[in-house]
Design a binder for this molecule. Structure first.
Ligand code: C2E
Ligand code: MG
Ligand code: MG
Ligand code: MG
Length: 288
């Protein structure tokens, strides 16, 4: 019976989760054009330092303005880019844009670090690592890389060595989506990471669940014991922010403070609200 159930289930699960090889190839081909023709852009979501009440950094989230399909979210094309051999080109594009945008922020007097999401696959790609280091070294840009722990599991020794190289040239490493994937305390201890981002899975229901506050509090304590700063992603309510503050969470990010916005909107946000971010006024203005 068990074998029968397995036989019945495996293909069904596969069909539901995978977009299909043909579909992935089509997306990858279109994405190649999108990179060449400047159809991609970056949206920035601020990370706010709770105690200092200021924006310390912003995360760059890629978007695709497709000529016929409209705005395509990254969840619909990052997987195809990884499978289609395009994630390196896409990420190099992202790094170049982030360096330019970071320069614009600096020029406007805003000392913000820009964090870029780096697919795990790239941590084992030496050509990518060389290109990224060459672009960033000497650019003067303050950057950070967000990586998931799962991305280290494939080839831990080379991933850890490459992360160390990035850290050595001043890139701040953040562990993304902590708790959502295959979290291993063994890797957590070895990664040269300065930030740990608690996945929004544990944050969006923080004040309506019994267990999430316990998980979040123990994760904050663990990160602090390892001398990392903690970022909560998916902060949507004032109640969640209040609880995270009491728990000693260092930084928050979420729709409560701001959705991902254009660079111009981020510059405006900094001009108008730079130092009193978590005020009612800010939220009313920017989340309207
Ligand atoms: P992520 O890095 O964990 O980014 C957080 C996602 O949560 C973003 O979705 C963001 O818009 C969303 N989010 C932020 N605040 C809230 C909130 O308060 N509530 C809720 N419900 N959601 C919130 P997005 O922009 O669709 O990005 C999805 C994922 O795509 C990212 O997850 C990241 O893993 C990936 N991604 C985005 N840009 C890039 C990129 O340039 N390269 C790579 N490799 N991956 C990227
Ligand atoms: Mg991220
Ligand atoms: Mg995340
Ligand atoms: Mg996440």
């Amino acid at each position: 019976a068990l074998a029968e159930a397995r036989a019945a289930h495996v293909p069904i699960r596969h069909d539901v989760s995978a977009p299909g090889a043909h579909e992935a190839r089509r997306i990858a081909a279109e994405l190649r054009t999108a990179i060449a023709e400047d159809q991609l852009f970056l949206a920035y979501q601020p990370k706010v330092h709770v105690r200092r009440q200021e924006i310390g950094s912003a995360e760059a989230l890629v978007r695709w303005q497709h000529p016929t399909r409209g705005l395509v979210p990254p969840g619909d094309f990052i997987g195809a880019a990884e499978d289609g051999g395009l994630i390196d080109a896409l990420t190099v594009w992202t790094i170049e844009r982030a360096i330019a945008d970071q320069g614009r922020l600096q020029a406007a007097g805003h000392d913000l670090r820009i964090f870029i999401n780096i697919s795990g696959q790239l941590l084992g790609d030496q050509a990518f690592v060389e290109t990224a280091c060459r672009l960033i070294t000497g650019s003067g840009a303050k950057l950070g890389f967000e990586v998931t722990e799962t991305s280290v599991i494939r080839d831990p020794s080379s991933a850890i060595a490459n992360l160390q190289r990035f850290a050595d040239i001043g890139i701040v490493i953040a562990i993304d989506d902590y708790g959502a994937g295959l979290s291993s305390l063994a890797y957590l201890k070895q990664l040269p990471a300065r930030e740990l981002k608690i996945d929004k899975l544990f944050v969006t229901q923080l004040t309506s669940s019994n267990r999430d506050p316990l998980i979040v509090r123990s994760t904050i304590d663990l990160a602090h014991a390892l001398e990392m700063e903690v970022v909560a992603e998916g902060v949507e309510t004032q109640a969640a922010l209040a609880l995270l503050t009491v728990m000693g969470c260092d930084m928050v990010q979420g729709f409560l403070i701001s959705r991902p916005i254009s660079l111009d909107a981020l510059l405006l946000f900094m001009e108008e609200d730079g130092h009193q971010l978590v005020s009612q006024d800010t939220r009313a203005t920017f989340n309207a």
